[in-house]
Design a protein around this ligand. Sequence first.
Ligand code: NAD
Length: 316
Amino acid sequence: MLQKVVIIGAGSVGATFAYALMQGGQAREIVFIDSNMERAKGEVMDLQHGLAFTRPVSIRYGDYPECANADVVVVTAGAKQKPGESRLALAGRNAEILKGIVPPVTGSGFGGVLLIVSNPVDVLTHIAWKISGLPAGRVIGSGTVLDSARLRSLLSEHCGVDARNIHAMIIGEHGDSEVAAWSLVSIGGVPIREYCRACSLYTDGKDHFQALFEEVKHAAYEIIIRKGATFYAIGLALVQITDAILRDEHRVLPVSSVVQGMYGMEETTISLPSVIGKNGVERVLMPELEVTEVEALRKSAETINESVKIILKSDI
Ligand code: NAD
């Protein structure tokens, strides 16, 4: 079976994702589509020159008919945040771009999973779902997979434990209203609060959680101020999501998808732990959260929905 991934947007995120994907060896075909054909061509040439060091994969640029038999179409096209700009401020500009992208993808006869990465990712995932007419599970956003990885890496550094042994999840919006689900965090099976109490580092009795969470929330701003864009960690996060689809892994990741009635939320597109397989989101899980976490999650959903409403009103 051909494992084909089409990447729409051969910019920093799209190219870095392709670079990570080709090293994983899972995809057999990687195709770039970009309104800037020369950019796509340049990335293809550069990546192709690495093929002597990876498993065989066809890397090329093309056009929308390539989506017809793709397993995953990943949308990384669009404007990125300017220094200090919130993700939601990007919404109008990128929704307009998405409006030009989704119809030719679905019009190709696409039968795979549409993975949205461009920001604000939750709002754009919702808009993409609306425009596409695809089942909700097949239109997913990269959501808070990156934010959760950031939290795990900070906890790893703080606690001196391998990030892979830290279970932690950011849920809600991929943005300022996101929620750290501390009640779900555990290290080696030990709930984080218990772990902290028993830890030799826990001397001052201070709650370090909030400081770590603030660092996660501001990570993108801090990186963008320094280097103009974030792309390495998101590139790796996208490989995890894509692999879960290509390999039908049933892996649980906090991707963004349309949900209704969960935790008392209206219909919204938001990140919650989700089981991912070849058809995208197969099931959204609803772990027990603390009351304050549920309240924050509902607020986060309202933030996303307000932005979606503004964009839908402006005839997108
Ligand atoms: P970039 O400017 O480097 O690349 C964007 C690419 O999109 C360019 O190559 C451009 O030519 C292309 N493009 C623009 N309009 C297009 C269209 N209509 N059709 C096809 N291609 C088009 O930007 P980047 O740094 O790669 O970021 C891309 C997006 O990813 C941004 O919206 C950014 O905010 C987002 N992002 C999301 C996450 C996440 O966690 N969800 C993380 C990092 C970046």
